[in-house]
Write a protein that binds this ligand. Structure first.
Ligand SMILES: O=P(O)(O)O[C@@H]1C[C@H](O)[C@@H](CO)O1
Ligand SMILES: Nc1nc2[nH]cnc2c(=O)[nH]1
Length: 315
């Protein structure tokens, strides 16, 4: 558990930049692209060249991630051909359900922005609400539905600060040009069209997975996938003027129609001598989420790396 309200003053964040100045070579100190690694996706930083890992514990204001599949370190390095693009990755993020304040959840994004990051690729593991987005699909997020934001749990609540807009528009939160770079990257990697979809991410606080009715509700409200992270980071990044691209890896289904069959019908049919086929009793688990992350880590890594290469070329 960390503090209730993280210090996000320019001076406090600048003290981290001083610390990093003592730990990193000059060429890594001004990353252009940031990556947030979702559950089980820390391998996104596996191919960084000249890689230096800085544990969150060496920095000021960072919490500790307590979720399996999340490390607690920033990885700095170079990606892409020739000299490479300087990049930084969060190996592990903070979730509000761990007991972190929302200002702690978004703090690393603010640090990345002050280091010079202009484009942020945020990844997460998510449950699918749409039969057209099966397990293993990578979903390019084009919009979000944030019930916590609509009900008074918005990470940007608080006194106005001169460096930030008071009323942040979200109609363009998910960068059109970064999403274009992503789909160009998918084409260049010859990924089948079904491998990368598009959709709307529903942010819920967690830590419970959705009840069937909650899943149906979110789907009826227009969400394609659901997860417990990302939206706070998107808001902070947009407030900092950073362009955002979000990739959700579908690790499980939330809405499974057969799960809702009437038990009365089932018993009546059985007694009438015409039993129905067994009704699926599926339960999602974090182990399953991590297993799919591992299975898809290589394609996620390749896609993120190619996208960063294309961003560097201005595609
Ligand atoms: O950090 P992400 O959003 O990738 O993690 C998801 C949401 C929960 O933290 C966890 C549930 O399995 O995975
Ligand atoms: N809320 C939520 N988060 C997830 N993260 C991975 N799968 C899920 C899911 O089904 N629901």
């Amino acid at each position: 558990m960390t503090d209730l309200q993280q210090d996000t003053s320019l001076e406090f964040i600048a003290s981290n930049i001083d610390i990093l100045g003592t730990l990193l070579p000059e060429q890594l100190l001004k990353p252009q692209v940031g990556i947030v690694c979702g559950s089980g996706l820390s391998t996104l930083a596996a191919s960084f060249r000249e890689r230096v890992e800085v544990p969150y514990s060496s920095l000021k204001g960072f919490g500790t991630s307590t979720v399996p599949g999340h490390k607690s370190a920033l990885a700095f390095g170079l990606l892409g051909p020739a000299d490479g693009v300087p990049v930084v990755a969060m190996l592990g993020r903070f979730h509000a359900y761990e007991g972190h304040s929302l200002s702690t959840v978004v703090y690393p994004v603010r640090v990345m922005a002050r280091l010079g990051v202009k484009n942020l690729i945020i990844t997460n593991a998510a449950g699918s609400l749409d039969p057209g987005l099966p397990v293993g699909t990578i979903v390019s997020i084009r919009d979000h539905l944030a019930l916590p934001n609509l009900t008074g749990f918005n990470p940007l609540l608080g006194p106005a600060k001169p460096q930030y807009p008071r009323f942040l528009p979200l109609s363009t939160a998910y960068s059109h040009s970064l999403r274009r770079a992503l789909f160009h990257a998918a084409h260049q990697l010859a990924l089948p069209a079904s491998a990368v979809g598009e959709g709307t991410y529903a942010w819920v606080s967690g830590p419970t997975y959705e009840s069937p009715a909650e899943g149906r509700f979110l789907r009826a409200a227009g969400a394609s996938v659901v997860g417990m992270s990302t939206v706070p980071e998107v808001l902070a990044a947009r407030e900092e003027g950073v362009e955002v691209c979000v990739l959700s890896l579908v690790t499980n289904f939330v809405v499974i129609p057969d799960r809702y069959r009437s038990v009365r019908e089932e018993v009546d049919a059985e007694l009438a001598g015409t039993p129905l086929p067994p009704s699926p009793q599926v339960e999602v688990s974090h182990e399953e989420v991590l297993a799919i992350g591992k299975e898809k880590s290589e394609v996620m890594r390749a896609l993120v790396e190619k996208t960063i290469e294309l961003i560097g070329k201005g595609v």
